[in-house]
Ligand binder design. Structure first.
Ligand SMILES: Nc1ncnc2c1ncn2[C@@H]1O[C@H](COP(=O)(O)OP(=O)(O)O)[C@@H](O)[C@H]1O
Ligand SMILES: [Mg+2]
Length: 333
């Protein structure tokens, strides 16, 4: 393996600077990352979408002796059948209609580097066995080729699904799982490390100042308060995108809650008035009694008869509901 050049060292330092920790859970994760990165163990990163799985995989690569070599991400969700093999193993010229040139697959491109298998839960079941076979000795043949190619890659996989559950449902191979997950790393959702939000907000804005050459606005405490209360189902990605939207349209020196996009503020709209059953009954009975007294021109005995209650019950309801009607049953309010 090559020694890291000053350029690689600076790439690594930048990646680490870009990665905001600010919470105990994240600091202990980074500690594990530093421990395992230099060794060629396979790592499986799990966590909800947007929690930083890919950025963490890049950091692991940059902290490893493989840093001078490629980091090759591959989304397993979009591949099946021949397309999958083509993407991973490449093809020889003329291997199939449309294969006009020899093309390297991801395994070859990632030689000496790291292959990042994103959304690994989506690997089609039928392809999982072929895949596992290649992981045994990292030897394969390009489509339409005859010579076996040997590569040296480190695997980092990521999943936002629970692979153990998929195994029990028969959708993911257990042997493949244990091959991929030598070291598991779980990234908690942003709502479980809210203490990082202020720092992230500030960090993303600093980057946007450079990107869009606009001055950095101040953030009202109420805005920060909203951010700290929100659950962020899209995690860091959602926060980053919201800050960018907010930053681009903003023309003020101070961003207040009113300046947040309205679709975001909807999450905080007051819930509709929720009525208890007794309140529902009270309002419906009030309306029915008022209408009936109007129809009977204030004749309570007739109203009670039509409503099929006793005159006494009617008087009681009129009193407790505070129903006021005028002469001839005219509604008063
Ligand atoms: N801890 C963090 N500090 C700074 N940026 C982060 C952090 N975690 C995630 N991001 C950013 O959030 C976005 C989503 O992260 P990504 O790694 O693609 O998530 P995932 O792969 O889990 O869906 C990226 O733009 C990434 O740079
Ligand atoms: Mg991702």
């Amino acid at each position: 393996m090559k020694i890291q050049s000053p350029q690689q060292t600076s790439m690594r330092d930048t990646a680490l600077e870009e990665f905001i920790l600010e919470s105990e859970s994240m600091r202990s994760i980074l500690k594990v990352v530093h421990q395992v990165a230099p060794f060629d163990v396979n790592i499986l990163i799990t966590g909800e979408s947007g929690t930083g799985k890919e950025i963490l995989a890049r950091i692991i690569h940059l902290l490893s002796p493989r840093a001078p070599h490629p980091f090759v991400p591959i989304n397993c969700g979009i591949l099946s059948g021949l397309l999958f093999e083509d993407k991973l193993f490449g093809h020889e010229k003329g291997a199939y209609t449309g294969a006009v040139d020899r093309k390297k697959g991801c395994f070859e491109i990632a030689h000496n580097g790291t292959l990042f298998l994103d959304e690994v839960s989506e690997l089609p079941y039928d392809n999982q066995v072929d895949f596992l076979r290649v992981l045994e000795d990292f030897r394969f043949v390009r489509i339409g080729g005859s010579d076996a190619i040997q590569v040296d890659v480190r695997l980092i996989s990521a999943s936002n699904k629970n692979l153990k559950a998929l195994i029990s449902e028969g959708e993911f191979r257990e042997d493949l799982f244990y091959r991929l997950q030598v070291v598991p790393i779980y990234l908690p959702p942003l709502r479980q490390r809210r203490e990082a939000i202020p720092k992230m907000l500030d960090h993303f804005m600093e980057r946007l100042v450079i990107k869009y050459r606009k001055p950095k606005p101040a953030i009202a405490p109420e805005v920060l308060d909203i951010f700290l209360r929100y659950d962020w189902p899209g995690n860091v990605r959602e926060l980053k995108n919201l800050v960018e939207r907010m930053f681009i349209v903003n023309e003020r020196e101070l961003i207040r809650p009113d300046d947040l996009p309205s679709d975001f503020l909807w999450h905080f709209a007051d819930p509709p008035n929720e009525l208890s059953l007794s309140e529902v009954r009270r309002s419906a009975e009030t309306r029915a009694i008022r209408d009936m007294l109007y129809r009977t021109r204030g004749d309570k005995d007739s109203a009670a008869r039509i409503l099929q209650i006793s005159p006494r019950t009617l008087r009681h309801k009129i009193q407790t509901y505070g129903i006021r009607v005028g002469r001839d049953g005219q509604p008063l309010e």
